[in-house]
Every structure is written in C-alpha cells, then in structure tokens.
Design a protein around this ligand. Structure first.
Ligand SMILES: [Zn+2]
Length: 384
C-alpha cells in the first residue's frame, strides 16, 4: 500500500472509532473491535491516541459476563466547542455548542429592522465574546462559528448574495465576521442549517431522505439526501417560497407575480389582515384566530390550504420519506397543525400518501443555531 493511502486509512479508522464512541458510549474496546472488525491491538492504539488528544475518557468499571472487569469509553464533551449563530429579521441567536452537540448556553438578542450590516455584526461579536468569557471557554478550544440566515447564500465563498429579510446584498459575511472575531466562519441558508440539526438529533434522525419546510417570515425548504444537503447548482435548491402558484396574483419582492410566499409568509398574512383590521403584528392575527374572528379564520384557512398544497407538490417532486414542518407560524399557532394534516390527507396523491411521514420540528427555535454549530464542526474538526 502506498504511504499516502496508509495515512488516509489511518485517519478514516480514527474517525470511525471516535464516531462509534460518540454514538454508542459507554462502550468497551472489545465491542469497538467487534463492530469495526479491526484488531484489538489497533483499537487500543487508536483509543490511546484519542485519549492523549483529550477526545475520550475511561468511565466506570463494570463486571462483564465472565466476572472480569471491563473499562468503558466515553467522549469528553468539552474537548472542543463551536458557536452557532442565527440572524433573522428581528432576532439574533447565539449558542455555544459542545463537542457532542449540546447547547451550553443560548442567548437571544433583539435586532432592529433599521440596523446596518456592521451594527448587526458588531452585536454578534460583542455578545459571543461575553458568552465565551462567561462560560470560561479557552479560545483555542473553539473550532469556529457557523451562521445560518435567510436568503440566497453562496456557502462556498461565504457571501450573502441577497437576503430580502435582512436587506443585505453581496456582503462578505464570513470574511467580515472572521475579521471581527478572529474565528473561522462558515455561513449557509438557515433552513439548510436547520435540517442538519434535525438529521443529527431531531425528527430526521435515521432518515435518509427528508425535506424540511420553513413557514414564518420567509418560506423555504431544505432537503437531505443520504446524510448530505441537496444544494442544486448554486445552493438555491428548495426555494419553494418563490414557486408561482397564481400567475395573476400578488406581486412578490423577488419581482415575480403570485409566488407562494405572497400568500403564506407572515408579511403577506399581516398585509392582508390590515385590509380588515388595524393590527400590529402577526400575533394579533393569531389572537383573532383563537377568538374565533372570521376574517382571521379565512386568512389562516387559506394559509393551511397553501401549506398542504406545497407539501403535496414537494412529495410529487422528490418522494421523500419524511416532510418536517417547521417555523414560527406553526410554532406560535400549533392549532393549525390539525387543518394542515386534514388538507394534506385530501391533497396528497394516494400512492405517495401511504409511506410518507409528515412530522414537526423537534428542535424548534434551537434548530438553526444547533445545525450551524454542527456544520462547522463537521467541516473543520481535524483529528490530527
Ligand atoms: Zn417571489
């Protein structure tokens, strides 16, 4: 075997052993040898290396079947940390996430619509420094920052091409935030971050083919296929908010007529509600719905119809195992789950209906922060 190949194999074996300890801990060296088919000597060597690097620790002694004592292995959850950031129109969330994907602390900071790009970045920088200090995390243990945000994101180059919600256009977010914080930064569309988290420990765990739909101030979706995000040619796969559902309908901020978002986004619902009643925000629509006001029922009835149609269309296009519904609208008004399900039952094509699971996000408002932190760990953590 060539030297290069040997090195690569060594690295892969080390990754594999660490993954097994991470997912199946506490576990013995013998069990790892059985699962991987590697020799006990190799496992001992790899575990020693991982132990020296601070990734794994030995835990309690237990009596195994033959009366011998076995030492079990577990991962050290504080060996490395990553930072997950979600930037939305009115809120910024920053979370410190440990090596095993648990949020150590999450902070929510209000964002003003009038805020400039650099004011938002400064806010992120200041708050994340406070958080790191408060939790006494040494800088060298932080791998980097992952940022999830709405819009057309060039994840390869770290550039926000357009974000209508944040009113940003062609900004070098990854580079600018790296300059400010001195950490490595990667960015992606928020729903692509969110589905990574759902795949890691939420509704899509153990699913090979799942689509997540986000319904809130923006409308979009993201798909995971065999553990990988499906991105399309320029990372825009999943932009269902701009699929046209009525060519003579409302004007969309993208310049087209009758996009789905112009019927079911928060802004669209609020805009139509204001034709009937003076309201401050979407929360007033939800309250009116709960109070049985007919205009609010009509509006939400239209919304649930279009959500169910979108689900039905996604199923015809991609035939996923699972569709995860998420976003502020569903989280704040869970009463609409039932009409959505009834309408899905009505609209989904019979052959597709039997097998598909329509579920809700398990991670709720933590999803983007967690997914962003997991993504940066997957990308940058190098065991060497
Ligand atoms: Zn549009």
């Amino acid at each position: 075997m060539e030297k290069q190949d040997q090195l690569l194999m060594k690295k892969q074996n080390k990754n594999l052993v660490l993954e097994i300890i991470k997912n199946q801990s506490p576990i013995s060296r013998m069990e790892i040898a059985k699962i991987t088919g590697m020799s006990p000597t190799s496992i001992t060597r790899i575990v020693n290396e991982l132990h020296l690097q601070g990734f794994v620790k030995e835990t309690e002694l237990v009596t195994s079947g033959v009366g011998r004592k076995a030492v079990l292995l577990d991962v050290c959850d504080d060996v490395f940390f990553t930072i997950g950031v979600e930037i939305d129109k009115f809120i910024i969330k920053i979370g410190i996430v440990n090596y095993v994907g648990e949020i150590v602390e999450l902070r929510r900071i209000p964002r003003l619509e009038s805020e400039s790009y650099f004011e938002t970045l400064e806010k992120v920088n200041m708050n994340l420094k406070e958080l790191i200090e408060k939790n006494r995390i040494p800088h060298q243990r932080i791998i980097g920052i992952g940022v999830g945000l709405p819009g057309f994101i060039d994840n390869q180059n770290g550039v926000v091409k357009v974000s209508d919600q944040l009113k940003w256009k062609n900004v070098n977010l990854a580079e600018d935030l790296k300059q400010l914080t001195a950490f490595e930064v990667m960015i992606d569309n928020e729903l692509k971050m969110k589905i990574v988290a759902e795949d890691f420990k939420g509704s899509a765990k153990n699913s090979h083919h799942a689509v997540l739909v986000g319904i809130g101030s923006g409308i979009g979706s993201a798909m995971i296929l065999n553990g990988e995000i499906y991105r399309g040619d320029s990372n825009n796969a999943g932009e269902i908010g701009h699929t046209v559902i009525n060519p003579t309908g409302n004007v969309c901020n993208c310049g087209k007529i009758g996009c789905l978002a112009t019927y079911i986004s928060e802004g669209a619902i609020v805009g139509d509600a204001r034709k009937v009643k003076e309201i401050d925000s979407i929360l007033d629509v939800f309250e009116a719905y709960r109070n049985g006001e007919s205009w609010a029922h009509n509006l939400m009835d239209r919304t649930t119809t279009y959500i169910a149609l979108a689900v039905s269309n996604i199923l015809c296009l991609y035939n996923p195992e699972m569709i995860i519904l998420s976003g502020d609208t569903i989280e704040r008004l869970p009463e609409i789950k039932q009409p959505i399900e009834q309408k899905c039952d009505l609209y989904i094509w019979e052959p597709l209906k039997e097998r598909v699971k329509i579920v809700y996000s398990q991670l709720g408002e933590h999803g983007v922060v967690l997914g962003a932190a997991i993504q940066i760990q997957n990308l940058l953590l190098d065991l060497e």
